[in-house]
Write a protein that binds this ligand. Structure first.
Ligand SMILES: Nc1ncnc2c1ncn2[C@@H]1O[C@H](COP(=O)(O)OP(=O)(O)OP(=O)(O)O)[C@@H](O)[C@H]1O
Ligand SMILES: [Mg+2]
Length: 275
């Protein structure tokens, strides 16, 4: 089973340079030591309605790059353009799911999902309808009035996902969104993400260091080398034949999957990713 990459109701042709990452360098200042170059001359583009995955070993600068696209940090040089507009700070056009799950403990699940909408000044009816729709999508309707501390880690991560989705961001940024989850919840969430993102025709830039996750979710994969992070290779998982898979089993059944997987393991090995 598969669905068309870019969503069933994708409409007009997607623009290939929706997000432009141009010659980005990032140096972190250190006290008593020369600056640390985290990212060096990284350039690539993300196509509208694409799921672009940033893959690479720990410390290669994936979160650094994503935070800069989110506008939470500034590049030392280079430029970032979203639909031709320079990214100068955070904005409602981008939704972010962080590496560790974040929710407001004093708000219920529904209020957490509504939170982004409140910031965006939506009316009460739209707000409640949207929150309930996405709570249903992430299968948390029964827990709408619970508080985060009453939920499991996987459920909390689903709240974070629903909150980000509910704002219909032009660009959804996700930093290892499923890293803290057990294996079963993880693949269920991956399938859910593919389903929702395809249906809503969203553009996604997702960070992971998990090879299977990258190959399952990514329409395209940008592999970063370690220290400083540079684009080592851009891969298109051709074995998916331009379609998105809907189940994890379909990934492992796909002819060609194991070859690509071995190739990416080789790239990781070259980076000395043994920890
Ligand atoms: N605020 C900071 N100040 C100084 N150095 C930093 C800061 N944030 C990140 N770094 C350094 O920049 C490099 C890249 O870090 P980053 O968190 O972007 O890596 P990552 O690829 O997301 O790693 P992981 O897979 O472990 O999350 C690392 O060497 C890290 O020590
Ligand atoms: Mg990180």
């Amino acid at each position: 089973m598969s669905v068309a990459a870019g969503g069933a109701d994708a409409g007009a042709a997607p623009r290939a340079d929706f997000l432009k990452i141009e010659h980005i360098c990032k140096d972190y200042q250190r006290r008593g030591a020369p600056p640390l170059r985290a990212i060096e001359d990284v350039s690539f583009e993300v196509t509208e309605r694409e799921i672009c995955v940033l893959l690479g070993p720990s410390g290669c600068g994936k979160s650094t790059l994503l935070r800069m696209v989110a506008g939470l940090d500034q590049p030392s040089s280079g430029q970032l353009l979203l639909a031709d507009e320079p990214i100068r700070g955070p904005g409602r056009d981008r939704g972010m799911v962080f590496q560790s799950y974040t929710s407001f403990p004093w708000l219920t699940v529904r209020q957490n999902v509504e939170f982004g909408l409140r910031v965006n000044g939506e009316s009460l009816a739209i707000k409640e309808g949207t929150a309930d729709y996405f709570l249903d999508r992430v299968k948390l309707t029964a827990f709408a009035d619970a508080y985060p501390e009453q939920l499991s880690g996987g459920m909390r991560q689903r709240v974070a996902l629903a909150r980000a989705l509910a704002t219909y961001p032009r660009l959804l940024l996700m930093d290892e969104p499923f890293g803290a989850l057990d294996a079963e919840t993880r693949w269920q969430m991956q399938e859910l993400l593919l389903e929702v993102v395809s249906k809503e025709a969203m553009t996604v830039l997702l960070v992971t260091h998990d090879i299977d996750e990258a190959l399952f979710l990514g329409d395209r994969i940008v592999f970063l080398s370690r220290h400083p992070g540079r684009v080592k290779e851009i891969l298109k998982p051709e074995f998916k034949q331009g379609q998105r898979l809907t189940t994890k089993e379909a990934l492992y059944d796909s002819p060609g999957f194991h070859e690509v997987s071995k190739h990416v393991i080789h790239l990781m090995r070259e980076e000395g990713a043994s920890h």
